[in-house]
Design a binder for this molecule. Structure first.
Ligand code: NAD
Length: 499
């Protein structure tokens, strides 16, 4: 079995804790590797080395730092298929989806190639008589990224690229379920010219995370994962005086108005609900048709589409729509939630429980499930299922549908399907959710905008990537300067008497 490593000071380093966790192949259920779990001492040593290395890196001019990103981007492109395969092998998502995972991270690297522009300061000429003001953005020092399993390439890239190009060193603690992509990205960054010690990939679990949160050198923590952990990390990092942005879970709704193109809405719901086995923080897990007729027609359109979905391993010869979920425990939890939906009175129109794939009997596959007549008091509505389960909540009016979303504790993404610009505009304006799609199911903003949810989907300030990332990973210093009149008033050519 492969024993994975940490990546510290530009090389692979074996774990010394003697503690490991298993990395599965979710399609077969087999353990394919073990990943070391760092101790507090290992974490502190990696942070100390990063602190040393950061001094020279922070003093390197931004254009040179950006050139490392240019080479890094080229290397990611060159190794696209290999990286996508690494993602799929540990996560289970299909290869085209694995490529998408790498691509959406690469796009953030591309924006970081323009870092000198993003990092330049502000200047006010003559803010007072002979007084100038200027602000500069300086790196924070050593920062940390703690990332989830579901985007093993994209989210580590969202963290590392802006942090590093801004002149910081980064400690990356990837998900212990899918660590290999981060280790490979660290190798590619070295090949692109990044000095040793600037990206330290330290694998681990809660012990390693807590070591980050309690280490005095760490100036900022960027976290992505589930809501309870996001809230915990935000609290502990902030109480230790660190800057923190912690992105959490989601429950994303799509409103379908009676005037919507229902074929397009159904196609979008199937892709956004079941793609990546529903393991996306921007997955649409709740369809909210407005009016009985819309709801009935939507069921008619969705049912055959969902029944046709092909579930399989990423290595399958034929095209598959989605793969297994991440672990056996995740499969059990999802199926338990489906049980609860049935017990609590929702109509299970398509049942994905007990799904078996020939040749992959031990894989963590869950068939697609579709519930109608779900109500807000049911567990399948209240919980983020993070699996291939779509719930339909029927609403009588647009206002009811909108209020359902407004009252939901999560606020990551949402969408509306309608032919009416006025309704769409009203929705975008009033909904209390961070990312909104209009006739667009998964509105993950492009890399030069920013990504972030509201309510319990995010704790702390500023969004991920785009201009906000440069604000998060730098601190502003503002200088107010005045020079008294001097040599320009005229040179002095004569010896002065010493009176
Ligand atoms: P998770 O919260 O279990 O783990 C995320 C990270 O936190 C991992 O690195 C893990 O090692 C660490 N961690 C786990 N338990 C910890 C603990 N008790 N103390 C300290 N650290 C701990 O999340 P996950 O299962 O890997 O990812 C899925 C979740 O991430 C979903 O809820 C999904 O919605 C969310 N997510 C959110 C976004 C976003 O931008 N809002 C993006 C992707 C995923």
């Amino acid at each position: 079995m492969t024993e994975l490593t940490h990546y510290i000071n530009g090389e692979h380093v074996k774990g010394t804790s003697g503690r490991f966790t298993e990395v599965f192949n979710p399609a077969t259920g087999e353990v394919q590797a073990k990943v070391p779990l760092a101790t507090v001492e290992e974490m502190n040593a990696a942070i100390a080395k990063a602190e040393e290395a950061q001094k020279a890196w922070g003093a390197t001019n931004p254009q040179r730092r950006a050139r490392v990103m240019m080479k890094f981007g080229a290397l990611i492109n060159e190794h696209m298929d290999e990286l996508a395969e690494l993602v799929s092998r540990e996560h289970g998502k299909t290869l085209p989806d694995g490529r998408g995972d790498v691509q959406r991270g690469l796009e953030v690297v591309e924006v970081c190639m323009g870092a000198p522009h993003m990092l330049k300061g502000e200047f006010t000429d003559d803010g007072g008589p002979g007084i100038d003001l200027y602000s500069m953005r300086q790196p924070l020092g050593v920062v940390a990224g703690i990332t989830p399993f579901n985007f093993p390439a994209m989210i580590p890239l969202w963290k590392m690229a802006p942090a590093i190009v801004s002149g910081n060193a980064m400690i990356l603690k990837p998900s212990e379920r899918c660590p290999s992509t981060s280790l490979r990205l660290a190798e590619l960054l070295k090949e692109a010219g990044l000095p040793d010690g600037i990206l330290q990939v330290v694998n681990g679990d809660k012990e390693a995370v807590d070591a980050i949160l309690d280490n005095e050198t760490i100036a900022a923590v960027g976290f992505v994962g589930s809501t309870p952990i996001a809230q915990y990390i935000y609290g502990r990092a902030a109480s230790n005086g660190k800057r923190a942005q912690c992105f959490g879970g989601a429950k994303n709704h799509m409103i379908i108005m009676p005037d919507a193109d229902l074929d397009k809405a159904a196609d979008a719901l199937v892709g956004a609900g079941f793609g990546a086995a529903g393991e996306r923080c921007m997955a649409i897990s709740v369809a909210v048709p407005v009016g009985k007729e819309t709801a009935d027609k939507l069921v008619e359109k969705l049912t055959p589409r969902i029944e046709k979905l092909k579930v399989g391993p990423y290595t399958a010869d034929e095209e598959v729509d989605y793969g297994p979920v991440i672990t056996g425990a995740a499969k059990q939890r999802i199926e338990g939630l489906i049980d609860s939906g049935v017990e609590q009175g929702a109509d299970l129109l398509i049942d994905g429980r007990g799904f078996q794939l020939q040749g992959y009997e031990d894989g963590f596959f869950v068939g697609p499930s579709f519930f109608d007549n779900v109500t807000p008091d049911m567990d399948i509505y209240k919980e983020e299922i993070f699996g291939p389960v779509l719930s339909q909540v029927r609403a009588d009016t647009y206002e009811d549908a909108l209020n359902l979303i407004i009252d939901n504790p999560y606020g990551n993404g949402t969408a509306i399907y309608t032919a009416d610009g006025d309704t769409a505009r009203d929705f975008a304006h009033r909904v209390n959710v961070g990312m909104v799609g209009i006739n667009f199911p998964i509105p993950v903003p492009l890399s030069y905008h920013t990504f972030g949810g509201w309510k319990k989907s995010a704790f702390g300030d500023l969004n991920q990537y785009g201009p906000d990332a440069f604000r998060f990973y730098t601190k502003t210093k503002t200088v107010t300067a005045r020079w008294f009149s001097g040599i320009k008033e005229g040179g002095e050519f004569n010896f002065k008497a010493m009176d």
